[in-house]
Design a binder for this molecule. Sequence first.
Ligand SMILES: [Zn+2]
Length: 769
Amino acid sequence: MSNGVNNKDRRNLRILSLLICVALAFTLMANLFKIQILDGEKYQTMAITQQLREIEIEPHRGSIYDTNMKMLAQSATVWNVIFEPANLPKDNERAEEIVKMMSQGIGLKKIKPEEEEKSGPNDMSLAEILGIEPEVIETKAANRGSYYEVLKKRVDRSTYERVVKFIQDNNISSLSLVETTKRYYPYNNLASTILGFVNDMNQGAYGLESYYNSILSGTSGRLVAARNGLSGDMPFEYQKLYEGTDGNSLVLTIDATVQQFLEKHLEIAYVEHDVQKWVTGIVMNVNTGEILGMSSKPDFNPNSPMVVDDPKAQERLVGLEDEKYAVQLQKEQQTLWRNKCISDPYEPGSVFKLVTAASSLDTGTATTNSGYTCPGYQIVAGNRIHCWKHAGHGNLSFAEAIQRSCNPSFMQMGQALGTANFSKYFDSFGLTEVTGIDLPGEASGIYHPEEKMGIAELSSSAFGQTFKVTPIPMLTAASATINGGYLVQPYVVKQVIDSDKNIVESYEPVVKRQVVSSETSEIMQEMGEVVVATDEGSGRNARIEGYRIGGKTGTGEKLDNFVDGEQVIEYILSFYAFLPADDPEYAVLITLDEPVVGDAQSSTIAVPVVAALLEDIIPYLGIEPSYTASEEEEEETTVMVPHLIDQKPHEAQISLRQKGLKTEIIGDGATVIKQIPENPTRLPKGGTVILYTDDTVVNSMTKVPNVIGKNAEEANRLVINAGLNISIEGQNLEGGKTVVVAQDPPADSNAEIGTIVTVYFTEPVAEDE
Ligand SMILES: [Zn+2]
């Protein structure tokens, strides 16, 4: 009995001396590894003749948190499994046995049945445990002078524990486990184009991981060891640990919840409009430049950045082989990794009209009393440039020119502004420079410099054509027209913190300059609101009851698109929105690059995407309503659920929103294939219609809660929380003394989510008081 214990103790000691167990606290290790010269003089000579080796100890890479300290990127402890053939026994026969044990599992030592009961059987070879081919071990074993052959990198804790047990069970002294870290992104694709990813060396390769690499990575430690090489039992003659420092962590301005909503709606838009290139979206605080959400879709999962899982990208890879495949694969990967919000200039189209209008008001070359004429075109330098409305808009006021996004009006406005003023403001709005956002790969725009700007260039630039900027400076420029006139610097990192969460550095908002006066900005707020709030406004589908929202649609014509030498006009559709319109706090810019279904040349298809996003983030961000519904709107308590089958989800949502209903879109499909409740059903205002777009998920069931005996408020909460709708029948509810006496469907039955639960009230029997 005591013998067994001793054996175990001895084995544990062996493990301590064999494993370079950096997993232990560094301070403890530093003491253990203080210079241990067993024999000073002997060391002097041995150091020359024997192998002195150095192992780099990776520091712990800092984490990345969202603004509410949700973990977006972290480093988990993993281990590299190192084979030291030089420490195999000198006896060749015995060495062969050990190699066979490791590679093929031949001759594994039997452990006592009672131990096996406790710690599991030991019938697997090391190759099997690691999931590698036996030949890998055999080949490396042939390199008998080597102390460092990597068998497998970054194994997780459970594999680590099995390897430790393998070493213990079989008394092997030629294996070691070196602690290292592995980057892990708990939310997979979420914010991937911002976060980027790390390479195989655990260094930032893209995104924030790359931009802030020196802050996140820390500095390496080193373990220096001299090996005597004479026996495998006590390999270390001399060891010293030089401690490194761990990396600091980043706290972002990104809000994971806003980011989730943004990505959900970008994904839906990408599919419902069969977008050929990509969609982008940014949510920013217009007063500080803090980015709350930023994404482009399709994107990638930073846990496996090499995987291309966008179906369109996969299609382009089909049938390619060898070199061609490799080249295309790399191209697809880089496209998915790239943050198009900051790296891909586009023709902003009419969103830019906000800048022309604000510049014109600010210089006085236009006032709210200015008038414009649109016969459907404008002749510029002998060329006829059409309005998007070929029949023409007729006579327009300044506000109407913006509301209807009339091109000839803006050519006239631009010409009145003149090239010098236009260029001065274009520059002042930050469109000739990068924004300086703290992300790598920001691209500059392409534009007509003042000295090369003739009337043709001025006229087309005035309505947002013939130049390119990336979405991020377009967003900050548009926001400067409505936030009081200030150009802010967008940013995504607000703090650097150490491992104890102490703040090491804080980044404050930067206002670069005032571009237009606060009076101009106030007028622009009204102009933007007209676009959304009036029935003629191109942004009317972004209306959300109770909220004052401003915006501007955009249709960019891609003039540099050629297929086989022929110019093919493709479109980038966008919508910029800000709210509250009279005191803006947040702005959103969404772009769809080459949508091919729906009204693809109409900028209005980006509007419902923004509206859907706003509908989700408004309650989350706690934005207070600016007004309450009118009395007549209030009077109607139930509304007819419309027929929505075959509609695009974001478009179906418009008619529901207009009726005062909420929506939940479930699935990854392009059109609505099922709705709950169905048409025709009356649903109380504020109810939720479930829209399914994907037949793999059409039957989401839930259990109907028991609401018998509950008052109206409790019944409502229970039913809504279960994902169901409620319809109240019977007695009036004033005073809250009524309780539910019956319900349909009954309690505990299964119902599809969105189903209406009808509850019946009556006065409870009066209690004696
Ligand atoms: Zn027009």
